[in-house]
Design a protein around this ligand. Sequence first.
Ligand SMILES: NC(=O)c1ccc[n+]([C@@H]2O[C@H](COP(=O)([O-])OP(=O)(O)OC[C@H]3O[C@@H](n4cnc5c(N)ncnc54)[C@H](O)[C@@H]3O)[C@@H](O)[C@H]2O)c1
Length: 425
Amino acid sequence: MAAIDTIVIGAGSRGNAYGGYALEFPQELNVVGIAEPDPIRRDLFVSRHQIAPEMIFHDWQSLLASGRAMTSSIINCTMDRFHFESTMRMLDMGYDVLLEKPMTPVPEENVRLVQKAEETGRLLQICHVLRYTPFWQALRKVVHSGALGRVVSVTHRENLAYYHMAHSFVRGNWRSQATSGPMILCKCCHDFDILLWILQKPVVHLSSFGSMIHFRPENAPEGATQRCTDGCPAADSCKYEATRIYARAGSGWPQNAVTYIPTPEARLEQLKTDWYGRCVYHCDNDVVDHQTVNMEMEDGATVTLVMNGQGDEECRTMRWDGTKATLYGKFSSRGDELRLHHHLTGEVEEVPVIARDSSGHGGGDYGIVSSFVKALKGDADESITTARESLESHLLAFAAEESRLTKTVIDMEAFRRGLESRAQS
Ligand SMILES: NC(=O)c1ccc[n+]([C@@H]2O[C@H](COP(=O)([O-])OP(=O)(O)OC[C@H]3O[C@@H](n4cnc5c(N)ncnc54)[C@H](O)[C@@H]3O)[C@@H](O)[C@H]2O)c1
């Protein structure tokens, strides 16, 4: 079967990650169009994918203005606040859409997006990339094999390395509730999704705590300047010092978030004026830097999710306790690990995990595009994320935020009903 033609919206970090699949597997996917307002990003993307002039657009609005679908599929990699309006239009126009997570930071809009996909009969697949990694597929297989017995308790940690926290949630794109949404949604809709995908049970009650402890002006070192480029006296002793993080060799993430011009000099210049040069104690951030969520599942099992922005290593770690065995796991670019401790025999079994491919998120970036392409070719795989399924992970994140803010336990059934009815009005 011929390669699927698609259009990418947003030639930023994610647009390029998914575009990479088309370059590596041209027999599967062909990127024939781009919508991106930043000229440097747009030109680079155009030359990488050899896009014809008539398929180059300044933004999603001009791409969709004709009201006519130009391909059968589209990959929407714009920032969170653009997802709703653009995707509603795409679905109406007949596109099948691969949409970045979170679907949208406004709770009711998530329900409306799912309804629109169901009404129009279009595929709306959400980029919950973890499902498509060898690690999570192996973990799921162990749990579903019954080797753990009945699952009683799960502890799951999303450990952000301190520099990732500062980059994304203090200085960068996801620092503000108003422009991006709560951090537990932006960072952990993945984690809720993966937990539900493995446990296959709904959450009945949920509570959550968290706050922003560290990234406040009162925690700034003495004499700290507003920008790291202003001769800050604390530069040598500050782990967040921007020029060390961004004005070094290499042109991948996080350096390319500052500018796509791939030189340390260009980045250093940019740091003098843009977000990423700011002192982390003097930003306009208001999202939390740590949060925990406690969940009671329908069968009585309990699950704790910990999101923490002061990690030494970027990784997810977890412990699953069942009536027969305990499973310990670590999902990390330094090496995936899964170990099963059998209670009766004391045997410790190393669970094999297939090596990651070269794509980001432990192989999930290419995994999800491959799954989308298969679905478009009429051969959907079992890890496909329907929009309705993705909705549930988003609802858990919104419920966690409500619990954190109101200091109450959320009854998930009532929460779901309330949201569905608000979405109708
Ligand atoms: N699945 C994952 O694991 C994962 C990881 C990181 C980010 N994300 C999500 O992916 C999305 C994109 O994040 P990113 O890191 O690529 O951000 P980014 O800022 O690198 O890219 C977004 C791009 O959209 C472009 N853009 C802005 N307005 C536009 C418009 N009107 N039309 C078309 N393009 C427009 C920007 O210029 C930018 O290049 C976000 O929703 C984010 O939350 C998902």
